[in-house]
Design a protein around this ligand. Structure first.
Ligand code: HEC
Ligand code: HEC
Length: 195
């Protein structure tokens, strides 16, 4: 009896351990993890290499979902797949909490107004590239190389998402370049969390 009970308990514990979501992210622990990210994304999430996106001030939900996608192979990238494979689910929650704790501010370049923004994108990504949704990223100040690469990845099916795959499928390379230039011309500032 005892033995069977223990086996059942053991089975339950294992199942729980595998499927349980990570504890809520701890930004202080995440700051330590971010030491592994800073050469590309900066410690504050303002990217320092043109092929890497700014991630400071993004919603934690979005950051966590993307890191899990790299870890499970649903999204692939030669650098990020390796980085994410080495992180536990808890480290992913922690580092997402660290970067999400920052705040992102955008300013449009001189001489343009919100009305000039790509209208097909503003309802989710904002005219100034600050996202209005928890599951969508900011585009403000991303390099045009990065935006262009992601839209083409959605278009070719190397990255998939219910909404974005459809949005990107409808864009010509020329439209992609114009939209990428709009968001790339916006100045992004990222503030560290208040101590
Ligand atoms: C060697 C450079 C490098 C390092 C180190 C690195 N990244 Fe990245 N990261 C990239 C690149 C490049 C991309 C863009 C991938 C693509 O094109 O799909 C990216 C993409 C991401 C994304 C997706 C963001 C978005 O807007 O879709 C997240 C989240 C991310 N990285 C988090 C991290 C975290 C957290 C760490 C540290 C644990 C880290 N990265 C370390 C280069 C790096
Ligand atoms: C209905 C909402 C919605 C609309 C409209 C929309 N997007 Fe998105 N976009 C999203 C979501 C959600 C994601 C996150 C996809 C994922 O999880 O992989 C995303 C991701 C992206 C990314 C990847 C950015 C990164 O950091 O990796 C780019 C680039 C992008 N969108 C550009 C656009 C452009 C350009 C338009 C207009 C032509 C547009 N989107 C319209 C919701 C939207």
């Amino acid at each position: 009896m005892r033995r069977a009970f223990a086996t059942i308990l053991g089975g339950l514990t294992l199942a729980g351990g595998v499927s349980a979501p990570a504890e809520a992210g701890d930004p202080a622990a995440g700051r330590q993890v971010a030491g592994m990210c800073r050469t590309c994304h900066g410690i504050d999430g303002h990217a320092v290499v043109p092929i890497a996106p700014h991630i400071g001030g993004e919603p934690a939900e979005y950051l966590e979902a993307q890191l899990m996608a790299f870890k499970t192979g649903r999204r692939e990238h030669e650098m990020m797949s390796v980085v994410a494979a080495g992180l536990s689910a808890q480290q992913i929650s922690d580092v997402a909490a660290w970067y999400a704790g920052h705040s992102a501010h955008a300013s449009l370049p001189e001489g343009v107004s919100e009305g000039d923004a790509p209208q097909a994108c503003v309802s989710c990504h904002g005219a100034d590239g600050i996202s209005l949704l928890l599951d969508a990223p900011n585009l403000a100040g991303e390099t045009n190389i990065y935006i262009d690469t992601q839209l083409k990845a959605f278009k070719r099916g190397q990255r998939t998402h219910a909404i974005m795959s459809e949005v990107a499928a409808g864009l010509s390379d020329e439209e992609i370049r114009k939209i990428a230039d709009w968001y790339a011309a916006i100045t992004l500032e990222i503030d560290a969390p208040a101590e």
